[in-house]
Design a protein around this ligand. Structure first.
Ligand code: SAT
Ligand code: MN
Length: 587
């Protein structure tokens, strides 16, 4: 009798009718064959074998360079369960309409079956998936981003429990591009895109959208969070998880070379994008990184902003939509101070002198095995995960939000996360720089009604005897001259150090209407050339600005109707009251 896996693969093959079916074992030789196939297709080239061994550059279709949220759907049985922040399609309609696009979609192509694990092989927090795809680029990328092949088959074999995902490039026409999630069935369908978050189904589709649904059912959390360990001078490591929207510096923060290394503060990388968490026997929330690689934004990355990743990407890395130098090395904006002459742009054209526009696409990426990170945490594959002491929310805010503040309680912290806002980036198709509310940085990734998601957060707090303290940071505040006030990158450790001190019941802070803000002297600023004026501006909480913010959050919350937990409405009202007190005291 066929197993559930064999039956599903057979069913998929009958639908998409490939010329052959290949089961991927995840071996090195298979990966090499796959790369040669890609090179033969003409969109992928080998990079300089001496300086970038085993690295390739892949140029995707120019219309297929970022996640497409407008064609991403949650196909829950009831529309209400998808909530007001997701696109919804009825499951039957999705199966019919998108099913028609899948019919014969792999004619003349090979269908690859990629069994994969999200999480270390033997962890109780790990889950399995199987992606079938006609894209060798997806296979080689999945091999970096997840644990694929035999290791996954072994686990699936025992329980026959996996999340199936059907992917085809289709005809790559944006009009026929769809990413569907069937949360009750735990099934993913994606067609018409070969791009990262649309096509590597283990990542956003499974590890966030489907997993967030599973997590609520099973009492755990699937979050859009990096995980890092901050080592202090005594050698003790405290773990923190941080949620920022796409392309707001999660990878750089997770891989940071600390500006305070000489005084013993060092950052260890556990994960850069996704955290799966559940309470452990010690009463702490424990997190694993379900992924095995980093899919990071290239532009802006350099020896100053992220030296660790610059080292990591020197081998076994797939670059997507970056530019290439005459010596076949990858290049992107701000990688080096000087722009090399004789560049080939992300579409493979020679860059002519005086050319406008970036040579690398703004959302160009590197895909690199996590174990190549020089500061990968020795615990990054720990089967029970790492205990999390702090949650950090953050976004890109040119105004309003101070460098850092701390919430009063879990409930208040959930409110801070629920009201998170950020200016949009090139990681998604659409306008860049527009402020949008992005609760917990999960707006595009929460697989169910966000009102229920907030409720789940509030309930989780009650199940964790030692819940993480919740903070908010903003590296992106600008002065009146429009320039960033804070240097960011390795200097961000100064903020992490204060967070660590607050976790340990130390660290000077001032109570403001929004929470605890460090006093100017509470942050270690040794060796940093920053004026007191700038620091004051960075930490300033402006009551009038915050009144507007609180009002906007109130309006945003209305979206969720009666599924918004009343606790959050209360928190919003309290914030308004506290701000009123300050304003009337001044007035
Ligand atoms: O394309 S991905 O979703 O994988 C990257 C991102 O947008 O965060
Ligand atoms: Mn992300």
């Amino acid at each position: 009798m066929a197993t559930r896996l064999e039956a599903w693969v057979e069913e998929a093959a009958q639908k998409v009718r490939p010329k052959q079916v290949v089961w991927c074992d995840g071996s090195e030789s298979e990966a090499q064959q796959m790369v040669e196939r890609l090179v033969a297709e003409g969109r992928t080239v080998h990079l300089n074998e001496r300086t970038y061994p085993n690295c390739v550059l892949h140029r995707s279709d120019p219309s297929d360079v970022a996640r497409t949220e407008q064609v991403t759907f949650i196909c829950s049985r009831r529309k209400d369960d998808a909530g007001p922040t997701n696109n919804w399609m009825a499951p039957e309609e999705g199966k019919q309409k998108i099913g028609a696009l899948f019919d014969g979609a792999m004619a003349g192509r090979t269908m690859y079956v990629v069994p994969y694990l999200m999480g270390p092989a033997d962890s109780h927090m790990t889950r399995a998936g199987v992606e079938v795809t006609d894209s060798p680029y997806v296979v080689v990328s999945m091999r970096i981003m997840a644990r694929i092949g035999k290791i996954a088959l072994d686990r699936i074999g025992k329980a026959n429990d996996f999340v199936p995902g059907l992917h085809s490039l289709g005809d790559l026409n944006p009009a026929r591009r769809f990413v569907l999630h069937f949360p009750e069935e735990k099934l993913i369908w994606s067609i018409g895109s070969g791009y990262g978050g649309n096509a590597l189904l283990g990542k956003k589709c499974f590890a966030l959208r489907i997993a967030s649904w599973m997590a609520r059912e099973q009492g755990w959390m699937a979050e859009h969070m990096l995980i890092l360990g901050l080592e202090d001078p005594s050698g003790k490591i405290t773990y923190m998880a941080a949620a920022f929207p796409s392309a707001c510096g999660k990878t750089n923060l997770a891989m940071m070379v600390s500006a305070l290394e000489d005084s013993g503060y060092r950052v260890w990388t556990v994960g850069d994008d996704i955290a799966w968490m559940q309470p452990g026997p010690d009463g702490y929330l424990h997190a694993i990184n379900p992924e095995a690689g980093f899919f990071g934004v290239a532009p802006g990355t350099n020896e100053l902003t992220n030296p660790n990743v610059m080292t990591a990407v020197k081998r076994n890395t797939i670059f997507t939509n970056v530019a290439m130098t005459a010596s076949r090395e990858p290049w992107w904006e701000a990688m080096t101070e000087e722009v090399p002459s004789d560049l080939t742009d992300w579409q493979g054209h020679k860059v002519s002198a005086g050319a406008k526009g970036p040579a690398a696409h703004a959302n160009s990426r590197y895909t690199v095995p996590a174990r190549q990170a020089p500061r990968i945490s020795p615990k990054w594959e720990d089967l029970s995960g790492v205990p999390i002491s702090a949650f950090i929310f953050g976004g890109r805010r040119a105004r309003v939000a101070p460098l850092v503040y701390e919430s009063w309680s879990w409930q208040h912290g959930v409110f801070v996360g629920a009201g998170l806002a950020s200016e949009t980036t090139a990681a998604i198709t659409g306008e860049v720089g527009v402020r949008r509310r992005d609760p917990m940085a999960m707006l595009p990734f929460c697989g169910y009604h966000m009102g229920d998601y907030f409720r789940h957060w509030l309930e989780m707090g009650q199940n964790i005897p030692h819940p993480p303290k919740i903070f908010h940071v903003n590296w992106f505040r600008k002065g009146s001259n429009g320039k960033l006030l804070w240097p960011g990158y390795g200097e961000n450790v100064r903020v992490l150090k204060w967070i660590l001190e607050r976790v340990n019941g130390k660290g000077q802070a001032e109570e403001t209407p929004i929470g605890f803000v460090p006093t100017t002297h509470a942050l270690t600023l040794d060796g940093l050339d920053i004026s007191l004026d700038k620091m004051e501006e960075l930490l300033r909480v402006d009551a009038a600005d915050w009144q507007k913010e609180a009002d906007e959050i109130g309006v945003f919350f209305k979206k969720f109707g009666d599924r918004l937990p009343p606790e959050l409405r209360e928190e919003q009202a309290h914030l308004t009251e506290r701000l009123n007190l300050v304003t009337s005291a001044k007035g």
